[in-house]
Design a protein around this ligand. Structure first.
Ligand code: NAD
Length: 214
């Protein structure tokens, strides 16, 4: 498939559409309108139409979208046919919770290797995933062809650990640490910060309250 350049916000919404389309397909539904989709995934229908327009004309006016076509289309875009092995670096409170969860609701991502420096856990298997010492990272990542990792070490160790990960061939980091990492331009870093997400939610709730007062 040719590469399609889409805005980040659109890319973030694709898994939402995809999950709902699986649901519709399982229910035996053949068609869906952008209004129906909008209600189900809580995205306004204009954004949905704009999102879909990046991929060409997938729907017909007055008919809606063909569920199976759309599902197959998104399946390809989201690489749902290929399993992506991901590494976890730092198996403490946060890392362990992620290992336990291990993306069970998706069938194309899984943490297949974890790394830490704590000798009490390295060499063991936690939640079905082997925990290796950091000294084995390069070898394991190469053997398992892993290029994506989740970083869950303490902030003080974050940059040093990230440098080791770049050196070992990591191309994408999901960064749970509060540190904004310096990374080579060939590496993508996605920061996850629950406090910021909560603050955003609080901000929106407060501004909703203000609007209702008026
Ligand atoms: N993004 C969020 O919303 C969020 C929420 C909670 C915690 N955090 C962050 O996640 C990180 C982990 O938090 P935690 O509570 O799990 O900490 P933790 O202390 O329980 O676990 C850290 C783990 O990293 C390992 N470690 C330390 N140095 C290492 C190194 N150089 N290489 C490999 N492993 C190393 C430790 O042995 C330990 O197992 C912290 O940076 C914390 O601030 C983020």
């Amino acid at each position: 498939m040719d590469e399609i350049k889409i805005p980040k916000a659109t890319a973030r919404r694709l898994p939402l559409y995809y999950r709902y389309l699986i649901f519709l397909n399982d229910e035996g539904k053949e068609k869906v309108s952008s209004t129906e989709l909008a209600e189900a995934v809580q995205v306004d229908s204009a954004s949905i139409r704009r999102d879909f327009s990046y991929f060409g004309a997938l729907g017909k006016r007055g008919y809606g979208y063909d569920v199976k076509n759309l599902l197959n289309f998104f399946k390809k875009i989201l690489n749902q046919d290929t399993l992506t092995n991901v590494a976890l670096v730092g198996v403490g409170n946060m890392g362990h919770a992620l290992l336990n969860y291990n993306f069970k609701r998706t069938n194309n991502i899984r943490i297949s290797a974890a790394f830490d420096i704590n000798p009490e856990i390295t060499g063991t298997i936690m939640s079905g995933v082997p925990v290796y010492d950091m000294s084995e990272m390069k070898k394991q990542l190469r053997e398992q062809q892993i290029t994506i990792a989740i970083l869950c070490v303490p902030q003080t160790a974050a940059q040093r650990t990230a440098n080791e990960m770049f050196d070992a061939g990591i191309k994408g980091i999901m960064n749970f640490t509060p540190l904004r990492l310096s990374a080579p331009s060939s590496v993508r870093v996605q920061n996850v910060d629950l406090a910021t997400e909560l603050q955003t939610l609080i901000y929106f709730l407060d501004s909703d309250k203000d609007k209702n007062k008026k």
